[in-house]
Design a protein around this ligand. Structure first.
Ligand SMILES: [Zn+2]
Length: 339
């Protein structure tokens, strides 16, 4: 399979029983949890109804292939609830937190919240992994067609198929949550990059702030995620994100100033994306953003509008149309074909 789209061709055809059931599985691998959803085929413009959803905290100890084994075990558990076996699934979409690296051509995960060896002992994740296998063990066990993509890229595909980015050829999905993730689409083509890592703008730089730059889980100091990711706030600001945002929402002046400063940094990131790619609409998701959309979206819009009008006029910032379910639908959207 050419290009950087991450596609596995373990088995070329679905089994007859899979064709009968039509069930698809969406696997969402995050730094905090792994979720598996089963759904029937999409019906027109409506997202497919989720029939079953199982999830567990992401495994971070044990054998090197513990995460892949966890995915397979959760697939079995979800299928059992529907009276199916996993080899009866018509397709399996895997949306995974990145970045990806390749070992002998196969995708592995090098995510800072799963692999404790990336930032060293300071993270204390209970392992010293620098990457964990994903594509090879899934291909070996499932023998079915599996599509793997970065989670923000998968969410972008879901937003383009069923959410707030339908019919928009130049667009991005940005998640603002524990970390910062970005999926990009230009001229109607979703961008993947050489290892499927296009859009890792959370690990880019937008500012030098006074003092020692904070450490990101990736090992960078002072990148966007280390400055405004939800996980960074207790260390950097001495307050967790929900408490800070609630205080700002309630009109607390100091909290409002801190939230405005965070939005100025996110606004620079959004502007950089718009300026680089000539985007027309950005869908924003993630728990931090969606739980405080009414507060944050107007601030982000005014930040974007402060920068070069020739590039930013008319650019739309909107909340994710699929809301907090965009992660589940992202994995399923990988099975829809096209980009
Ligand atoms: Zn980083």
């Amino acid at each position: 399979m050419g290009g950087a789209r991450v596609i596995m061709d373990g088995m070329q055809q679905s089994s007859p029983s899979a064709a009968r059931s039509g069930l698809r599985a969406g696997v969402d691998i995050g730094g905090t949890k792994v979720a598996v959803s089963l759904a029937g085929p999409a019906d027109g413009d409506a997202p497919p109804p989720l029939l079953v959803r199982v999830s567990e905290p992401t495994v971070k100890t044990g054998a090197f292939d513990a995460l892949a084994r966890q995915v397979l075990r959760l697939l079995d558990a979800a299928c059992a609830r529907c009276g199916q076996a996993r080899d009866e699934l018509a397709g399996i979409g895997v949306s995974a937190c990145g970045p990806f690296v390749r070992q002998r051509g196969m995708i592995e995960l090098a995510n800072p919240n799963i692999c404790g060896g990336l930032a060293g002992a300071v993270r204390d994740l209970g392992n010293d992994w620098t990457h964990v296998p994903l594509q090879a063990p899934l291909a070996e066990a499932l023998g079915a067609r599996v599509f793997i993509a970065n989670d923000a890229v998968a969410a972008l595909q879901a937003e383009r198929r069923w959410g707030a980015l339908r019919g928009v050829a130049h667009c991005a999905y940005v998640t603002w949550s524990t970390g910062i993730g970005v999926g990009l689409c230009v001229d109607g083509r979703v961008l993947f990059g050489k290892n499927g890592n296009a859009g890792h703008a959370g690990h880019s730089y937008v500012a030098d702030l006074p003092g020692e730059p904070p450490l990101c889980g990736c090992g960078n100091r002072g990148d966007v995620e280390s400055l405004i990711g939800g996980a960074s706030m207790p260390r950097r600001l001495g307050i967790d994100a929900p408490t800070l945002l609630r205080a700002a929402q309630d009109g607390d002046a100091a909290a409002t100033a801190q939230v405005q400063a965070l939005c100025a940094l996110m606004g620079r990131l959004l502007y950089n994306l718009v300026a680089t790619l000539d985007l027309q609409r950005i869908s924003l998701g993630g728990a931090l953003l969606l739980h405080h959309e009414a507060l944050l979206l107007p601030l982000l819009r005014s930040e974007l509008a402060r920068h070069f009008a020739a590039l930013t006029d008319g650019v739309e910032l909107v909340g994710a149309g699929l809301g907090l379910q965009v992660g589940d639908y992202g994995a399923l959207a990988l099975l829809e074909g096209g980009s």
